[in-house]
Design a protein around this ligand. Sequence first.
Ligand code: GLC
Ligand code: CA
Length: 689
Amino acid sequence: MTDSVLEGTAPPRGLTHVEPCASLTSENNDTWWRRAVIYQVYVRSFADGNGDGIGDLAGVRAHLPYLEELGVDAIWFTPWYVSPLADGGYDVADYRAIDPTFGSLEEAERLISEARALGIRTIVDIVPNHVSDQHPWFRAALASGPGSPERARFWFHPGRGASGDEMPNGWVSNFSGPTWTRTRNPDGTPGEWYLHLFSAQQPDLNWSHPEVRAEHEAILKFWLDRGVAGVRIDSAALLVKDPALPEVPPEPGPGQHPNTDRDELHEIYRRWRAVADSYPDSRILVGEIWLPDIERFAKYLRPDELHTAFNFDFLARPWDAASLKASIDSTLVAHAPVGAPATWVLSNHDVTRPVTRYGQADSAFAFATKRAGTPTDLALGRRRARAAALLCAALPGSLYIYQGEELGLDEVQDLPVHQLQDPMYLRSGGEDPGRDGCRVPLPWAGTCRPFGFSPTGATGEPWLQQPDRWAALTVEAQENDPNSMLALYGAMLRIRRSDPDLGDGGLRWLPSAADVLAFARGDGFLCITNFSGAPIGLPPGCSVLSTAEAKAPGAIHPALIDACGVRRIGPDVTITSAPRTAASASRAIVTSIPWRLWTPAAKAATRPGSGSYARIVARPGRTARSASTWNVPCTPQARIASTDDSGRARCRADTADAAAVRTPVIQVASITAMGTPVAGSLRMRRPVM
Ligand code: GLC
Ligand code: CA
């Protein structure tokens, strides 16, 4: 447990200072993407303009002012192309046309320019690994028969066994089940098999075929010509397959997996990068790359390949200080040599909403372990999600927000069964609850369904049923509540946008107890996240920028046991609790996690009479010698316990007076650093028992 971010004997864990390679970061003036806040719009569920119950481009256009007000730099649209929607649009039948359910190409062009006029860039989703089984290429391939040039663009293969009725290999689909489906010959007899790493409606393309490469480069140009600022590349590590189609070895070595992360991919993305770089302003490539090997992951981000990729390692971690810190460290270390900014992602249209995930006993994310009916404490999850949002916003790099995350929407786990349509659910026979629960239409206003998702007089219900409890989570309800998740996101993004120390850059870890993460950005911005189960204190004179629990600025309510703070500290002294001067303490963010994490051990350690103590840390060479006066209300018996030459002064306020512990304020009247008196005070708070 910990009382204060100051306390604890542990030295800073892991890396203390990570800066990206400067020579690689200054090559382009137009580096908006290095610190951008990118908002993901899942078009079907954002807003319905024409009242058929399905989100559309008219709905997005009508709500652009909302996104402007929220303060996002770019919108990433999930696929909006013509699609039978066998996989929510990731089964594309025409990459150059908008699905009529959503609107038209002309309307998409209008949307791109209207957003740009509001200062919001557009990123579109490109799906290169597979097409829809309704795509003209695949229809032609089926019609043309074995050995035809039309089939050469895909992975058609005869079956094994005498009658060819065994699949060509045993690869397992990302949506569970087989990756091969057998075709029928024109005469009705069983024919060849075709490969699909996802559903049978998504046949994989053969990326060794020059037409496949040329077509996707042309698609890329098609959208860049329409003014989009970049593309998100779906399943970016899967495109290339080992042509021998061998079985997946139990533990494939680097680059040895037959259908994932093959070395030939890099050449493809170098060509795409050349296309993007042929435009005068910065157009970016963002990879969807799920890879456990962070070094292999970073190879995609070399200066002549993709600009950024989603950081799923961080997303998948449980709410645990050591685990998240390990992920932050390995992320920054892997990105630094290639000069790419990290991305911070808490959710998207594929994963469990954070409010739900963080409220479960196992708060890690894994597709394989997702199960319906997992007990969930939404209040706990919501408070952790608030803390997580502030942590992510303070980390170096760019930030992704999935629609509804800013409203604190939870995963809808009780959708009517007849509405479930995600192939992950359908192909697993219901064992996997699927992803429909994170794709439910947004609640905008009003007290009953459709909560403003569709206009008055709509002819259709929202395509997935919103829960009644979302009445409290509408944009309208939250806009008027300063304590809402929406208010937190708005404040957070305003701070992030205006603060020069945030966004791109490095971070410096500050000494903290094992269950507290504390780091500085630039000279003065400090972020503290407390996972400990005990409240932590911030110094007076420090102006709080934002708190996960909207309590009085500058104070952490004793009932809160998780905090994240950001404030200015002096340029040359790292004192994690006391500012050098009152004036230098300018900013702070505080977040919280729930009281219920209190453990019996933590309670015992704070029993009346056990005293309180803190450690004050200065940078080496800037020795904080002592805290000269301690003032413990009721029993002014504080004393310096020890100091050392590395600048640490350990101060202890011993008291046998239970009242002193229950009035948990200890003040440091002055601190000396390098002989210069530093005005400031330290306040520590103990929980009221
Ligand atoms: C990506 C998408 C996911 C889709 C899959 C197949 O992982 O994010 O939604 O189902 O690719 O295209
Ligand atoms: Ca509609």
